[in-house]
Structure formats: C-alpha cells, structure tokens
Design a protein around this ligand. Sequence first.
Ligand code: SF4
Length: 740
Amino acid sequence: MSVTRRRFLQIGAAGTGVAAASGLTTDWWGYASPQVPNPHTQGDRIVPTFCELCFWKCGVLAHVRGDEVTKLEGNPAHPLSRGRLCPRGVGGTGALNDPDRLKQPLVRMKKRGEDVFAPVSWDDALGRVAQGMEQVKAKYGPEAVALFSHGYGGSWFSHLMKAFGSHHIAAPSYAQCRGPREVGYNLTYGTILGSPEPVDIANARCITLIGSHLGENMHNTQVQDFAEALDRGAQLVVVDPRFSVAAGKAKYWLPIKPGTDIALLLAWMHVIVTEKLYDADYLTKYAIGFDALAAHVADKTPEWAYPHTGIRPELIRETARFIAGFKPASLVHPGRRATWYGDDTQRARAMAILAALLGNWGRRGGFLSPGQVEVAKYPYPKYPEHSALRDKPEGKYPLADEVLASGVCNATVGPDKLDGIHAWLVYGTNLIQALPDWRQTEKKIQALDFLAVVDVLPAEIVGYADVVLPECTYLERDDDLWAPAWNPPFVALRQKVVEPKYDSKPGWWIAKELGKKLQLDAYFPWQTGAQVVDTRLTASGMDPALVRKSGVAVGKLRPSCEEDGLPLTFDTPSGKIELASETLKSHGFHALPEFTPPDEPPAGSFRLLTGRSPVHTFGRTTNNRELTEIQAENQVWLNAAVAKTLPGFESEPLQQGEYVVLINQDGIKSSPVSVKITERIRGDAVYLQHGFGHTAKGLKFARGKGASDSHLTTRVAIDPIMGGTGMSVNFVRLERPGVA
Ligand code: SF4
C-alpha cells in the first residue's frame, strides 16, 4: 500500500440524509489531506483537476500565477497518478498555449475538405447546427443524427443526443481499439475490463505481454506498478514482433510472426493442459468447459505452432512452463488496442482462457474486482424512446455491446435512404485518422446532410465541417464527475483552472446552448457544469467544497481478490468462467478460439505494424510544441538485414535516417518518413507510431511531420463477432521520395 493511500483524512458525513435517500452511504468516504507546500511554487494558486491527454485521467495539480498555468504536477492524493504525471501530462500547458487552437466559431465557405471557413458568432454557429439537426430529424427521424465522441467532455454531448432522441453515440475507441478485448473477457468471465484495466501488476510475480507495449504506452500508475514489480524481481515474458522497451527488460522475448498470437496461445495451453500445470482446484471450483478445451488444444502442439509463429517448439514449452510456474500470480496482461486481424475477439478469449488456466482471475497478482462509487445521477427528465440502431445491419456483429463508429460511418447514406444516418456531430475525435480507410470516411462525409465538429485543434476532420465549434481545453473547463471501477474506489473532479482563451467555450456550455436552440431546455435546467457536479456530490453525501479542494474523494481500500476474502462470482450465463462459450456457439461462432493463418505480405512488401509513442497521444498531442521538443515526428522501423537487400535500393543502399515513402497494397503513398534501421524488428514487418503525418493546414506544427499509418490503412479485416476493424492487414513497400 502506498503512502498516499494512508493519507486519507476521514471526515464527517455531510448531507447524510440525501445520501440515505439515494441509497448511498458515506461511512467509507475520505478526502485527500491538504497538499504539502512546494517551495518552488509558493505563492501559486493550486487547482486540482484531472488530465485529458489520455484515458488514464490522472489527477493533476495545476499551479496558476495570474491567468497563466505555470506547472502541472501529479496529485499525490489521486489513485491514478500518486503524485506523478507522464511527460504528456506535464506538457499539458503546451495544449493550453497552442497558437494553432481553434479560436472562434467557423462556417464552411467552400467544398467539404477544402478547409476554407469564415468566422461567425456563437449564436449564428449554434443556430446553424440546431437547424441542421432539426432538418435531418424532420426528414429521417432523430436517429439519423449520430454523435462520434472521444474524451471525457463528450458526456455533455451524449446527454444532448439522448435528449434529442438519438442513441447513435459512437466512440472509435470501441470498434477501432478495445472492443474485441471487452467482448472476449466478458464472454469468459461475465465482465468487461473497462478503463483503467483492473490488473494487479504490483503483485504479479510473472507478467506476460502479448503485443502490449507497457512503458511505451505510458499509462501512468500502470507503468509505475510495472517498474516497481520488475524492481522487486517480477519476471517478464514479452511476445512481440518488435523488441520493445519492455522486451529489453524481459527474461524471454518471443519475436512472433505477426498475426499468429492465437497459435502461440493455443500451444501454450496445450503444454499447460497436457503437463497438468494448470490450477486444477480453481478450475474445478469456478470454470466450465475444461474437457472441451483439453480436446481442442490436444493437437495444438508447439510443433504445430512453430511454422505459424516462428517460435521454436522448445521455447514454446519452456515459456509455457515458466509462465505456469508463477501461478496464480502470473498475469497475462490483456493489452488495450485489440483490433488487428479480424479474429480479435477470439484472440482476447484465448488470453482470457490462459489466465483462467493459471487461476489468475480474481487472485492477487491477477485481475481484481475493484469497487466503484455509485454517485447520484443528475435528476434529468426521462429521455425519449429511440428506434432500432442502424450501425449493425441485418443482425451482424451480435455480440457488440456498444455502437460501432465504423458501423455508423457505413450507415451514412445520401438522400432518400430513410433508415440511414444523415448528420454527424463529431466531438474530439479526428475521424479521418481514427477510422480505417479515410477514402470511405471522406465519401460518407460528402454524402452527409450536415456535419458539425466540436474540437480544440483544427485537425483534419475540422476541414470538412459545415460548422466548427471551438471547445476550450481541459484546463479551462468543468466536466462531469468521474468514478471509475478501482481499488480504492474514488470520485475525481475536473474543474476549471484558468478562464478559456480566445472565444472558445466549455463543452457543457456548448451542449446547453445547443439544447436551448433545439427546445430541449428541460434537459439543461442547470446554469453551469459546476452546478451539475455539485448537485451530484451533495446528493451522494459529499461536500463539494472539500472535493473541489482536493480534486478527488477516495474511498477505503476494499477486498478485491480471493485472498482478501472476496467471493468470486461470474456474471456469465452459467455463473462460471466459460472456457468454452455456449454464447458464441449459439450465435454460430466457435466456442473455443480457432487459429486462421494471416495473409502473407507480397514479395518486397512488409506488414505495417503500429504502436504508441511514450510522449504523445496520437493527434491529440503531436501539435503540442512542448512535447514535440522531445519528439516531433515518427520513424519507420525496418529490419537491418532486410535493409541491405531491399528491392529498389540495390545500387544505393538505404541509409539510417534517410527519408522514404511507404506505398500500400492499394497504391496509397505516405508522406516522407525517416527510416530507423534496426535489428529490433522482424524482417517481415515495418513499424510506425500512430498519430503523425498530419495534412491539416491549421496544424502548423504537426503538418507534414512523419507518416500517417491511418493514411495507409485502407484495408480492414472485420471481426464477425463484434464488428471490430482489424487494421494490421495492410502491407507497404518502401521507395525513395520522388520515384515515379
Ligand atoms: S498517463 Fe499521462 S497523458 Fe495519460 S492521463 Fe496520465 S498524465 Fe495524462
């Protein structure tokens, strides 16, 4: 337990009567103690809030002098920062002070995509958005208007959309990122993993990463736990075609052939089952389907997996025994982005089943069952009933449990199709880069009756908008409360640190004013976002003034695993861990994960793999001057041996750092990107960090820096179970710029 967690100041239960009425209790509440003064920032006003630069949402203490934010540091009281921020969080002032920010409402003057706008008043801009939405509603119904949303401020617009009558609220982070993982673990254990993932890295004795780049994906306390676990002697197994930062710390690095994780997982399970290395008592007590699993993996020997994965049979056996040797505190990390080859739900299932064999779910050093604060809801009127969703036509993707952003895009049609989508409201997500196949996205955008974009920066999607609504940054606004599942459970507050710059506005204000123009006043009875927060806190038995002072209200640690005495329960149809899934079978899918070999890259081409930079969150930060001092552009990683014999470069071999263009299987070219020639990647793949290679003319700093993997992702493999778009199925070859 960290020092921070012992610092809770227990307080009296303000507002107990309201809490009791709402069914909530206050007896376990604590608030953070006042912060220790920092001599370097004495005299600064300190405002707690939480970060928006990635989904981890770390607690931040913002130092303010006059109207300037002088420094951002981690809130020691916040369980998801523990006094530290990652480089992106510290560099949040670069987002606040970005000279390229959207500064005023804009209306489009030329064709969508030509990025030519004229400034207008907020009243004019909001009137146009309301008119666009109303016209579509009148012709096709409210469900013909869809919201794409990414980021915490999107909750105001989700509320607006539901009040308007549409439940087409889609986050690309589902079908383009974490969706297969959520469905795979839900099928197995009856619960999704959510954000942040409830993994007990701190107590794991062995950590297995399969295509997950901890340390490059800088999710603050997860990385803190990872580093501390390794320091304490936890073992690490890394499966990755690339020698990642984590691989450098690993006992075993398995440079697997891309797209063959399921084969390796099945072979590992074969070894664990045939050698009886599994946790038999745990499986007997909690799981069903073991016999079916044993039969399924009986022929999935390491020798079977070798030609698929490229991992030698003896190494597969050795690592299987190694991983099982640390059970139950042997954590197979679930990763996050899981949309790779179209069999991604089954891949997630294979990882989940392996964890069950290790007895790792619900055990210390594995997957925990954290608590969650049930904060009172704001007493809004009931939302209108909505009709059937249009993102999953003809019964496709039966196990998707969120709206599919790519499905909404596909359902977007031109005039006269009554059951399609005809207008988009886009909040904080650059759909040109977030959705696969930008050509399709562009086509759908041109078919729209109306497109409004709410954003902080002039990203590519902004250039297509009919109306642009400039939101202020997270440091300039209040947002709704955040109460994730975590141990200890907590409620975090985002509050305004400084006044909004320029003529930008907070999301709550934009949603409320738009609501008024749509005659939805009844759904916006409050005056400010802060009022919503205070009402909810008070109704939950918490003192808003105290929460505002500390930025977070933290509950007591609670039992979260079997060793703590927590009974394990599984919300699956059987009430058990489902190794073989009857749910999948009933929908016509395989009850157990099957391996399908991926397509091979054509001769002279490489599979395009993608990942993260530790100092950027994709397009959200690549225009940030402070962060680009550390990294301004990406590089394409290419195997050193391959570089020596690269077709087209025979007479003049490729040099380290030389700029090349990448050309994909459909003839789409990237912008020039420098090459990193390295032995740290397999020869059949190249690697790019996502979020670079911008083309938007308003992103004056990021424009033209590096290459965009999104631009090259014109092919997808769709997961038939939940509609996720596998994007690691694109191939590229390299050329010198200027080659015809
Ligand atoms: S991990 Fe970094 S970017 Fe993400 S919320 Fe925390 S400080 Fe912000």
